[in-house]
Design a protein around this ligand. Structure first.
Ligand SMILES: *Cc1c(COP(=O)(O)O)cnc(C)c1O
Length: 370
């Protein structure tokens, strides 16, 4: 137990720009733990150290959002003239960052099928610097064979970047499965209460120096208040994730048997195409999953969404509250055939029977509107 901060259990919120030096000799030597707010305070460093320990990495940097962390991770390995492979089922804003901003700076992106595994070899070029993975994929939840991808990528000198937001480091060990940079939208499960925007990148030994340097040069920063909230979220993350996962599995199984549902996209289900790889590589499933409904008129879908009381309609996820949104796909190189509307559900921490009752009355309204 630490007796820093007068024994106060949690690292207090440090709000700082200027950090004063004791004397000229100290300023000249630069021998101080903290010297400017942007470059770290006890608030950011406590969070970074906790994350590095959980991830089993070497160095973590905190960022202002998950998307900021994704952009930083790519910029720390790619430059003008380089080629980047990105999974077709990635979080949509990742695609926009690649296609618009990174392209503008001479980084070329090719998208790949999330189910390709070691087949990614055929897409690697002499200038491919990185393979970006996200597993399971956003909205469609394909589980990627990250070890197979990492094997061929590393053999060709490319780095492996992983957006591990769904599983968090607690349910997928990014470095043990071949990732070089582990990225987290800490806005989601780390924060856990829908009240903070924050992200991080954690690096292995070979990538730590470039990551830290790029983070510093771009002036990327997360506030002391936000670091405090993220660190507080970390303390309860294992307990929350267990509950999110249990509730999601009950909801997923219940939904599978509903007449309105065509299929449920959740790797923890035995029927899911990604179940085998999920079982091999993951140690748990969290609360986010997809549902393909049977074809239904738009007004019936609206009646379903608008009747729900416990499920809020809104973006982001990972908080204590249950959420539901319609999903819009942006993929370009792989097909996802949906028989009807695709929706995304986040199982919150509410009572699972109450959540089922809410969905049941939503389906009732859907039927009445048909
Ligand atoms: C939400 C999300 C992000 C972006 O995180 P923000 O903190 O909202 O910028 C990145 N990746 C995945 C998979 C996400 O769900």
């Amino acid at each position: 137990m630490s007796t820093e901060h007068f024994g106060v259990v949690n690292t207090p919120v440090y709000r700082a720009s200027t950090i004063l030096y004791r004397d000229l000799a100290t300023l000249e030597s630069g021998d101080v733990p903290y010297f400017y707010g942007r470059r770290g305070t006890p608030s950011s460093r406590s969070l970074e150290e906790a994350i590095t320990a959980i991830e089993g990495g070497v160095r973590t940097v905190v960022c202002s959002s998950g998307l900021n962390a994704i952009a930083l991770a790519i910029l720390s390995v790619c430059g003008a003239g380089d080629h980047l492979l990105v999974v077709d089922s990635c979080y949509a804003p990742t695609r926009i960052t690649c296609d618009r901003t990174l392209a503008h700076y001479g980084i070329e992106t090719t998208y790949y099928d999330p189910c390709t595994g070691g087949g990614i070899e055929a897409l690697l070029r002499s200038n491919t610097k990185a393979v970006f993975c996200e597993s399971p994929g956003s909205l469609t939840f394909e589980v990627q064979d990250v070890p197979a991808i990492a094997k061929v990528a590393h053999a060709r000198g490319a780095s492996v970047l992983l957006d591990n937001t769904w599983a968090t480091p607690l349910y997928f060990d990014a470095f043990a499965h071949g990732a070089d940079l582990s990225i987290q939208a800490a806005t989601k499960y780390v924060g856990g209460h829908a009240d903070v925007m924050i992200g991080y990148v954690c690096a292995n030994r070979g990538h730590a120096a470039r990551l830290a340097q790029t983070h510093d040069h771009l002036g990327i920063y997360a506030s002391g208040d936000d670091c405090f909230l993220a660190l507080r979220g970390l303390r309860t993350m294992p307990v929350r994730l267990k509950r999110h996962g249990e509730t999601a599995l009950v909801l997923a199984r219940w939904l599978q048997h509903r007449p309105e549902v065509s299929r449920v996209l959740y790797p923890a289900l035995e029927e899911d195409p990604g179940h085998g790889v999920w079982k091999r590589d993951f140690t748990g499933a969290t609360g986010l999953f997809g549902v393909v409904l049977k074809p239904s008129p738009h007004k019936a879908l609206a009646a379903f969404f608008d009747t729900l009381r416990l499920f809020g309609m809104g973006f982001s996820w990972g908080g204590y509250e249950s959420l539901i949104v319609p999903s819009k796909l942006h993929r370009t190189v792989s097909k996802f055939e949906a028989e009807g509307p695709l929706i995304r559900i986040h199982a919150g921490l509410e009572d699972v029977d109450d959540l089922i009752a809410d969905l049941e009355q939503g389906f009732g309204a859907m039927k009445a509107a048909q």
